[in-house]
Write a protein that binds this ligand. Structure first.
Ligand SMILES: N[C@@H](CCC(=O)N[C@@H](CSC=O)C(=O)NCC(=O)O)C(=O)O
Length: 292
């Protein structure tokens, strides 16, 4: 996207963290048409690197979350500081759009943008989260922070796990490493996905399948081997998440996937914080090897 060097970033907060800096920003989004907020953790290597560009990971959070949730609750900065990874997270939808009922339902609308570009009125006016994450915010981060454009990874949780998988599948070459915590892995086959997709995308099953990780694998799309962690005490596992559907589609298609099932863990950030180190090391390995 042209012109991101001139985008005005308002710094809302900055905090020292593991010898790096945790920052929160707001800007006017051209793609959304409204203010958007995002967060960046810059590890100490940013100061020490002497112009060297570092790998970056985009984290997509789940329903009801904001740009703050992952940075506050996941405990990722300790490992990002060790490995020299820049972390980025963003709000989960446009807010204060004026669309009637936008915040009435925690599973849809505000806090529930599903990382896709809505095609159906009234949501299509503002709800362009796929373009925001893959184009506008992507370009801002690559232009304004000391990021290596060849070393970009994506991960997320639940709705954001769906986002990480589908954006990696839909934008081949954009992301060199992928992982997810408890993703909504087959959204066309669960109520969360059906509710969101029918309102954002209309009633055509063909359009829904373009944003369903399992269906995208069935359609021939491929992605870097994803690491997926799933708690077996997750209250949403049985009815909403369906990681087994994604695993089966991958097996059928010859797509490698690492799906780990963990007894006793639920859907919360206590689960995420337990396995966050493994995810950052997974990304680090992919972003610092494979010939780059
Ligand atoms: N209805 C509850 C629970 C919402 C919830 O569990 N959100 C998850 C993501 S679910 C799938 O995308 C979450 O990450 N919550 C934030 C947290 O801090 O745990 C509610 O309204 O809170």
């Amino acid at each position: 996207m042209a012109g991101t060097m001139t985008v005005k970033l308002e710094t809302r907060n900055q905090h020292r963290c593991f010898d790096g800096v945790q920052s929160y920003y707001q800007h006017h989004s051209e793609i959304i048409g409204l203010p958007m907020r995002f967060s960046v953790y810059e590890p100490p290597q940013v100061q020490e690197a002497g112009g060297q560009r570092l790998p970056v990971l985009f984290f997509l959070a789940g329903l009801t979350c904001t740009e703050e949730t992952f940075m506050i609750k996941a405990g990722a900065q300790r490992y990002a500081a060790e490995l020299g990874l820049i972390l980025v997270s963003m709000d989960t939808s446009p807010r204060n759009t004026g669309i009637p009922g936008e915040a009435d339902d925690w599973e849809f609308g505000t806090g529930a943008g599903f990382y896709l570009d809505a095609t159906e009125s009234p949501w299509s006016r503002y709800f362009h989260m796929e373009s925001y994450v893959t184009r506008e915010l992507y370009d801002i981060i690559l232009d304004r922070f000391p990021v290596d454009p060849e070393r970009v990874g994506i991960f997320g949780h639940s709705m954001g796990g769906h986002g990480a998988l589908t954006l990696a599948l839909r934008h081949p070459g954009h992301y060199r490493s992928v992982s997810a915590f408890a993703p909504i892995a087959a959204p066309t086959q669960c109520l969360w996905g059906q509710k969101a997709f029918s309102r954002y995308l209309g009633e055509s099953p063909a359009n829904w399948r373009k944003h369903d990780a399992t269906a995208l694998i069935e359609s021939g799309c491929r992605l870097p081997i994803p690491l997926i962690d799933q708690g077996l005490n997750d209250p949403f596992l049985k009815d909403q998440l369906h990681p087994g559907y994604f695993e089966a589609a991958c097996q059928q298609a010859g797509q490698s996937v690492i799906l780990r099932r963990h007894a006793g863990y639920d859907h919360s950030y206590f689960f995420i914080s337990t396995f966050i180190e493994d995810h950052l090391r997974h990304h680090y390995t992919w972003l610092t090897s494979n010939g780059q």
